[in-house]
Ligand binder design. Structure first.
Ligand SMILES: [Zn+2]
Length: 227
């Protein structure tokens, strides 16, 4: 759940703020508080509700926000409407710039939540709340966070130490945010998604090394927080 800090420094949930704002128009009366509380709980469970979002906000501290085209993902309310229990690892078959360009293109019809560059720079293009079209499988899209990596499956030199480490920090943080075990059952390659014809991340992606790095990451409280 997200939190915002009021001017007085008191931490209140954004959920409370929003419901408080919308309920104010109903007028206050006897029992209004209880009714409002009930309304809040029901209302929040409805799918497709537009939650207020901060422009440019990222889920991963330090990530650069670059918005994907709205045609390449769909608005959701995860993990409230869909449980997130998978991280899907991809390789772009191109550069970081290529990935960003196509994810911003409404004609591409696909995007991942994140792209990791060979120097370790991380860009976020879709909020973790939302369903990005990256796995080629609807239920996997709904249950996962997708991470693209700059480079080519056929080129072992694509996968640099900086990339592995940055990606491992990202995956470890995602696992902490959604209580996902840091193992190969829950951190999968695109190639392992049922029904896919994609082969990424390919045989040069060092899974043993990657999982070791993911497990070694100590996630900071800021990175654990869900937005
Ligand atoms: Zn892929």
């Amino acid at each position: 759940m997200s939190e915002t800090t009021t001017g007085g420094g008191r931490r209140v949930s954004r959920r409370t703020l929003l419901i408080g704002g919308s309920a104010a128009g109903l007028g206050a009366g006897v029992g209004a508080y209880a009714a409002r509380d009930e309304l809040a709980r029901m209302w929040w469970r409805l799918p497709g509700i537009d939650k207020p979002r901060e422009a440019g906000a990222v889920d991963q501290p330090g990530a650069e926000w670059i918005a994907a085209s709205g045609a390449n993902w769909r608005r959701a309310d995860r993990p409230d409407d869909y449980t997130i229990d998978r991280v899907v690892i991809h390789v772009v078959q191109g550069s970081f710039a290529d990935a960003v360009r196509v994810f911003r293109d409404p004609g591409h019809r696909a995007a991942a939540h994140y792209v990791v560059r060979r120097d370790g720079h991380v860009a976020q293009l879709v909020r973790e709340l939302d369903v990005a079209f990256h796995a080629g499988n609807r239920s996997y899209n709904e249950r996962s966070i997708g991470i693209e990596h700059e480079g080519f499956v056929s080129e072992p030199s694509s996968f640099t130490d900086a990339m592995y480490r940055a990606s491992a920090r990202l995956t470890a943080s995602i696992c902490e945010r959604y209580d996902i075990p840091r193992d190969r059952e829950h951190i999968v390659g695109h190639v392992e998604v049922p029904g896919t014809d994609h082969t990424d991340p390919g045989r040069h992606w060092d899974w043993d090394r990657y999982i070791r790095l993911v497990r070694a990451v100590r996630v900071t409280p800021a990175a654990k927080r869900r937005t």
